[in-house]
Design a protein around this ligand. Structure first.
Ligand SMILES: Nc1ncnc2c1ncn2[C@@H]1O[C@H](COP(=O)(O)OP(=O)(O)OP(=O)(O)O)[C@@H](O)[C@H]1O
Length: 304
């Protein structure tokens, strides 16, 4: 089907590499890589250090030219967000840097500022938005690098080890931001070492060894978006507000002192942890398909 569309000039690929080779100092670091990235899909690149993942991402980004083979963009143009492996500390504040980057991309100023404010809040960086970035930790720089890539809803996000340097809460927040991007049609190609990100976001996993794609695995992802009900006693408005603000929590309905929460599968563990941390209690977790057999396990994990 895809081949027929391709023959008719209606290719569904956003960017296509065909037989690409990349050579540095006379050594092939990528060998005859062919890869098509389609709209809305998430591809994880895994492999040992030095196997060629970053080089492949740079080729897809068009930041580096193949030594031989081709890179084509069937749609003619592509809006790309790119997160390099290392983001250099620069003497700007996040707000100065991010708003200038949005202006360079031609984004509407007001819409861009609103989106940047939301992303800064989602990645817990609001407090540092007017601090010079040369004082930032690795994780803080990583968050700003991610925000500049995500802002403006690109067609394709290329992420080189996106979780690197992020603490557990930031990793979880980023995951929700990426899943929302994906739902809105953005394709993602990312090099990753963490199974959590692969299981929860990737449609395809490519194993890279010594510059070659040696294995492709599909359907590694758990079913996304399934909505469960959580019935819980939640002490105090602060805890309730914290839970209601989480991505993936659709509804908090009070029923005397018990609340019924509509929670996406991906957010349940985080919701349970907050309820227990704040001294509340969980009465039931009811996923779309019935009583959660893993509830005991999940509560134990949340309580740890
Ligand atoms: N600019 C360059 N000049 C010379 N060699 C390079 C260059 N960039 C990458 N290489 C080499 O290409 C190979 C692949 O490197 P690459 O950074 O793509 O690997 P990687 O899989 O991303 O590794 P890691 O997981 O450590 O980030 C390595 O041997 C590296 O030394």
């Amino acid at each position: 089907m895809a081949d027929k569309r391709e023959a008719e000039g209606r290719d569904d690929g956003l960017v296509i590499l065909r037989d690409t080779v990349k050579t540095y100092n006379g050594r092939n670091v990528l060998h005859n890589i062919s890869l098509k990235v389609r709209q809305g899909e998430c591809i994880a690149l895994i492999g040992k250090n030095g196997s060629g993942k970053s080089t492949l991402l740079r080729l897809l980004a068009g930041l580096s030219r193949p030594t031989s083979g081709t890179r084509t963009v069937p749609g003619g143009s592509l809006r790309i967000g790119y997160v390099p492996e290392r983001f250099p500390p620069i003497v700007f504040t996040p707000w100065e840097f991010l708003s200038s980057a949005a202006a360079v991309r031609g984004l509407d100023k007001r819409a861009a500022e609103e989106e940047l404010s939301v992303l800064l809040r989602q990645l817990d960086m609001e407090h540092a938005m007017h601090v010079k970035m040369n004082q930032f930790s690795k994780g803080m720089l990583q968050k700003i690098s991610l925000i500049q890539a995500i802002a403006g809803k690109p067609d394709l996000l290329l992420l080189d080890e996106p979780l690197s340097g992020l603490d557990v809460k930031a990793q979880e927040n980023l995951l929700h931001v990426l899943l929302a991007q994906k739902r809105s049609g953005t394709a993602i190609v990312m090099s990753v070492h963490e199974s959590k990100l692969i299981e929860r976001a990737a449609d395809r996993v490519l194993l890279i060894q010594e510059g070659r794609i040696v294995k492709e695995t599909r359907e590694v992802r758990r079913q996304p978006g399934a909505v469960a009900q959580v019935s819980a006693r939640i002490p105090g408005n602060d805890a309730l507000a914290e839970i209601a603000a989480l991505p993936g929590v659709a509804n908090c309905t009070p029923d005397s002192d018990v609340y019924l929460l509509q929670v996406e599968e991906d957010s349940i563990d985080q919701v349970l942890r907050i309820i227990l941390d704040r001294g509340g209690s969980v009465l039931a977790v009811i996923p779309a398909e019935g009583i959660d057999a893993r509830m005991g396990e999940r509560l134990q994990a949340a309580a740890r």
